[in-house]
Design a protein around this ligand. Structure first.
Ligand SMILES: [Fe+2]
Ligand SMILES: [Fe+2]
Length: 348
């Protein structure tokens, strides 16, 4: 509050500050609308790439239409778990509902909604099963940071308290170079270890993405002003965690192999130099770590949940992943603007 507002007296200052807070956003504050708009954008992007997975490796039905399935890719995914096609379908449907709900809620409050349709310009897979539709996201040049694997197993390090600490990668190869997580054309369907490496890459992309949602929602929720917006954020967030936990379990079933076409290695995570507390594949529950202060007892928590800069952090994370390779400068400026607005939101 500036000196001028103080001069008006407390009641007038409150009215003036409230009208600013509620400007152009109907029944919710401008900050709450910005938080929900960034969440909606993230969900639109999630929906776009999950649709690509479902067209090729999920179950195509009236709940999640599009595509006709790629039997070779679907079979390679099923090596990780016989229910992979069902889980891909269900995760895709969840993202559709997140995107639709958030935009509908914004509209119901008279707030601006989010559409990224003008950026639907990327050619996707032309392999058997793809709808051939234009995409917002690129699954064919991914660089995956798989350090969440060891971040959630560390008993001593929390990125919120140890921001400089480098958690080891589960699959170091995926973090250097660009790899496709879907068959780009039918030429990717052979040899068998190549299409299996592609399915393994998808198997690690799924939890890599979903753990981002684990952090995004609780981090943003700390700056929600209305209890209802808080409720939305803390009710969607845990479904991302359910996705993450499922996918973290399945990723551990990816068979060790080397892709003969590019040398990408999926190591045996249960044998030296891997194995042990940091890598053993069935250790999928989070270990406790320091939370808030090293003077408090360790606690099993989502990490990180620092709220400052979370939206821009997510944009940077997805960009570094290669998910937007081929997108326009206008796309990045719009996404950055949505993130900056969300990061500027303050709890009132
Ligand atoms: Fe979602
Ligand atoms: Fe998700």
């Amino acid at each position: 509050m500036g000196l001028g507002a103080v001069a008006l007296g407390p009641a007038a200052a409150l009215v003036s500050s409230a009208s600013k807070v509620f400007a152009n956003s109907g029944g919710i504050t401008a900050g709450d609308a910005a938080l929900l708009r960034f969440a909606a954008a993230a969900e639109i992007l999630e929906t776009d790439f999950w649709v690509q997975y479902n067209e090729l490796g999920g179950i195509q039905d009236s709940e999640v239409p599009g595509g006709s399935g790629n039997p070779t890719y679907t079979a390679a995914l099923s090596v990780l778990d016989g229910d992979m096609d069902q889980y891909i379908h269900d995760n895709t449907e969840d993202e559709f509902t997140h995107q639709n709900f958030l935009n509908a809620y914004l509209a119901s409050k008279g707030a601006e909604t989010v559409s990224l349709e003008k950026f639907r310009t990327l050619p996707g897979s032309s392999a058997t099963g793809s709808s051939g539709a234009l995409r917002l996201t690129n699954l064919m040049q991914l660089t995956l940071d798989t350090s969440w694997w060891t971040r959630y197993r560390s008993r001593t390090k929390n990125p919120d308290l140890n921001p400089g600490f480098q958690f080891p990668q589960a699959i170091p190869g995926l973090n250097s170079g660009q790899f496709t997580a879907i068959p780009r054309t039918d030429a990717d369907l052979t040899p068998p270890d190549h299409i299996q490496a592609i399915a393994n890459t998808a198997g690690f992309h799924f939890p890599t993405i979903e753990q981002g949602g684990n952090s995004l929602y609780p981090a943003m929720a700390q700056r929600a002003s209305s209890v209802e917006v808080l409720r939305i954020l803390i009710s969607i967030g845990p479904t991302e965690t359910m996705h993450f936990q499922t996918w973290a379990d399945k990723a551990g079933n990816a068979p060790p192999l080397t892709d003969p076409t590019n040398g990408l290695v999926f190591p045996d995570l249960n044998s030296p130099p891997f194995g042990g507390q940091n890598f053993q594949t069935n250790l999928i529950m989070p270990e406790p770590c320091n939370f808030l202060s090293p003077n408090l007892p360790v606690c099993s928590v989502i990490r990180p949940t620092e709220t400052k800069g979370i939206a821009m952090g997510v944009v940077n994370f997805l960009t570094a992943m290669g998910l937007f390779v081929g997108q326009s400068a206008e796309f990045f400026s719009e996404l950055n603007a949505l993130a900056a607005a969300a990061d500027a939101a303050e709890r009132s």
